[in-house]
Design a protein around this ligand. Structure first.
Ligand code: FEO
Length: 171
């Protein structure tokens, strides 16, 4: 079974690469934080990079199951490096907003092609993006509220503890 339209193939392959690009950029944010001794944020962004690769895998798997070969393309380097943690948080928010636009464009292509399997596969992503945009908005808000270096370090420790607890719970 294949039957996927050419335009939908292109859209899904574009989004497949977009997810890989998001992973690449989250890696950059993780190293930015590591370099500035913010291990909590670094760990968080590294985990996020892993999730983005899983998102790419989901789309790649769908293409394979439909007899289409996913094509990995060159990934653009991150924009100019952020100068503050607030810029890092805003960068992550922009990544997710762009990702939502990409998912919606892929979904519109699936609707236009009347491709029901691709529509069902993309429902998961549409839901996921609501969560992803929500956490990045929350992160921007929390970093904005931390108005001194001490408060940022406290926030970093809080994130690290939260991730440790989640890992212990197998989340
Ligand atoms: Fe793959 Fe952050 O969305």
């Amino acid at each position: 079974m294949n039957g996927m339209s050419e335009s939908l193939r292109k859209e899904l392959n574009r989004q497949f690469n977009h997810e890989l690009m998001a992973a690449h950029h989250y890696e950059a944010l993780a190293w930015w934080c590591t370099h500035r001794t913010l291990p909590g944020f670094a760990r968080f962004f590294r985990k996020q990079a892993g999730e983005e690769r899983e998102h790419a895998d989901r789309i790649g798997r769908h293409l394979i199951d439909r007899g289409v070969e996913p094509r990995v393309e060159a990934l653009p380097a991150p924009e100019s490096l952020p100068e503050s943690l607030l810029e890092v948080a805003r960068y992550a928010r922009r990544l997710e907003q762009n990702n939502s636009r990409g998912i919606h464009a892929a979904y519109e292509a699936a609707l236009a092609a009347r491709d029901y399997p691709a529509q069902v596969m993309l429902h998961w992503f549409i839901r996921e993006q609501v969560e992803e945009e929500a956490w990045t908005a929350e992160m921007v808000g929390r970093v904005e509220a931390a108005d001194c270096a001490g408060a940022l370090l406290e926030l970093d420790r809080h994130i690290e503890k939260l991730l440790e607890q989640r890992e212990e719970q197998g989340d």
